[in-house]
Design a protein around this ligand. Structure first.
Ligand SMILES: [Zn+2]
Length: 504
């Protein structure tokens, strides 16, 4: 197997970034205050154990930190020294071939998409696995994205294993068949192919993709402008989809890290989302099925992002805040790039976790939101009244999937141009999601005019619905006329019914 090392192509005034200049370091004897300071200096911290942080930096940054009195040790670069280590891993071209072959072998359940090219022109492959893969169905979308840090390749191999299991066992294993039939599964084995090919954490321009997403506290502009190209592709894909549950896979520790990673107070010891109990359950679902993780150095194998160490611009916070999608960050192995012979054991440790976590997308409350007049699916917002965090319908099918712990909830549905509806005391159990479909009634504008208030049988109603539809319709004979001479609500409802079903 040939493993090519690419150096970035530098254009015009771009800063030169050579991944081989980058140093992996340990910064020792740190207090929480030191960590805050290092984060504010923009030091790329990537894991903290008691008073030691792992961090990446260029040589002048190392000098600077040492001159400030920090005790920094440089870790010899094992990956690049030991080429045997990388030999058995899929090369980028082998990964591409395998994904294409899988799609060809399973055309009934697989679609392989290139969602855009990396800085150096490599495709970002995203495999969709579901029944009826060309039809928008009322199904939750789940996504797994791996190896946004190019030197953390375990998740890439596990993603390929997962794709293999989902496709090979479809139709024979009842559980796998149900997963593929009921969920729209998206798996991206390699988000940072350029970094992977140069065994670098960063993309080809030296950007850390997991520090490059919008951040509610420090970079709240939810657009792709000025972000790394790989991040732009993932954001644009996500804007066009409606995932409800996701995970992104890393190595360098053994833990499930749940939002928030970022907090308005850089000194905060913890940063909880409004869905804190749900995130703990989701994380425990994964960790408790992975024995080494559950019994490892983190309590029950899970930790809040900010409690561990703060990051800004992480992908999981962005998913939760802007997409309404529950995402966690899963660290699969303490050693970033273990010998390939460790992969079978790592797959055994994670197989059940990866499947069971995915099944969470079928829990909570789900349904389809439509326009009561036209029956068309709607772009609507779903609010659990007691939890300050909305989710949104997929406007293509109108379906929503609100993950919730068992309990009783009041749920509010709202959409531009429609009357807001609240359904009270919705009971959620621990099994399949409670089904709650809602037909939303268009708001009737206040200024309905009719041409002739004296003779209602000849009157014409002209009405512009707030949904944008213009309606011109003869008033029916039982129209109620308000004191102000305008058509009342009953007549408006009659007109709405008529246009949805003229025979009625
Ligand atoms: Zn990572």
């Amino acid at each position: 197997m040939i493993f090519q090392i690419f150096f970035p192509v530098i254009s015009q005034a771009e800063t030169v970034f050579n991944p081989h200049d980058l140093l992996e370091t340990r910064i020792n004897n740190l207090t929480r205050e030191d960590l805050v300071r290092l984060t504010q200096m923009g030091i790329d911290i990537d894991g903290v154990w008691e008073t030691t942080a792992r961090a990446y930096m260029l040589p002048d940054r190392l000098k600077e930190l040492r001159s400030l009195g920090y005790e920094v040790t440089v870790i010899p670069d094992r990956i690049r020294r030991d080429s045997d280590l990388i030999q058995a891993y899929h090369s980028y071209s082998e990964l591409t071939s395998e994904l294409k072959a899988t799609e060809t072998a399973h055309p009934d359940i697989c679609r392989l998409y290139n969602i855009g090219n990396s800085e150096q022109g490599r495709e970002l492959w995203f495999m969709k696995i579901t029944d009826n893969p060309d039809i928008e169905e009322d199904e939750p979308e789940v996504k797994y994205i791996s190896t946004m840090h190019g030197d953390e390749p375990v998740g890439t191999e596990l993603s390929l294993n997962l794709i293999r299991v989902l496709t090979d066992e479809y139709g024979t294993d009842p559980r796998i068949t149900a997963l593929v039939n009921e969920i729209e599964i998206w798996i991206m084995p390699l988000m940072n192919p350029d970094g992977y090919m140069s065994q670098s954490r960063y993309n080809a321009k030296g950007r850390d993709l997991n520090r490059s997403f919008p951040d509610q506290n420090y970079d709240p502009n939810n657009t792709v402008a000025d972000r790394p190209i790989e991040t732009q592709h993932v954001m644009n894909w996500a804007f066009a989809h409606s995932s409800v549950l996701s995970a992104n896979f890393h190595t360098g520790a053994l833990v499930v890290n749940y939002p928030y990673d970022s907090d308005p107070d850089p000194r905060a010891n913890y940063s909880a989302t409004p869905d804190e109990p749900l995130f703990i359950e989701l994380s425990l679902t994964y960790a408790s099925l992975n024995e080494p993780m559950y019994n490892g150095s983190f309590d029950r194998g899970i930790i809040n992002g900010a409690e561990w160490y703060h990051i800004r611009g992480g992908m999981q916070d962005w998913n939760y805040i802007w997409l309404g999608c529950n995402e966690v960050t899963i660290e699969l192995n303490d050693i970033k790039w273990p010998p390939y012979s460790d992969i079978p054991d790592l797959w055994n440790d994670n197989r059940e976790s990866m499947l069971t976590y995915m099944e969470w997308s079928l829990r909570g409350v789900r349904g389809v939101i439509t326009d009561s007049v036209t029956g068309q699916p709607l772009n609507a917002t779903v609010t659990v009244v007691s939890i300050a965090h909305d989710v949104f319908t997929d406007p293509d099918a109108g379906d929503y999937h609100r993950l919730l712990l068992p309990g009783t909830y009041d749920i509010r549905f709202s959409a531009d141009g429609y009357q807001t509806q609240t359904v009270q005391e919705v009971i959620v159990g621990s099994g399949n999601a409670t089904q709650l479909n809602v037909a939303m009634v268009p708001q009737v504008p206040g200024d309905i005019n009719h041409s002739n208030s004296a003779d209602l049988t000849d009157a014409i109603v002209t009405m512009k619905l707030l949904t944008g539809t213009d309606i011109v319709f003869p008033v029916h004979k039982d129209a109620d006329l308000n004191n102000d001479g305008k058509i009342g609500l009953q007549e408006a409802v009659y007109v709405l019914r008529k246009i949805s079903d003229p025979e009625n």
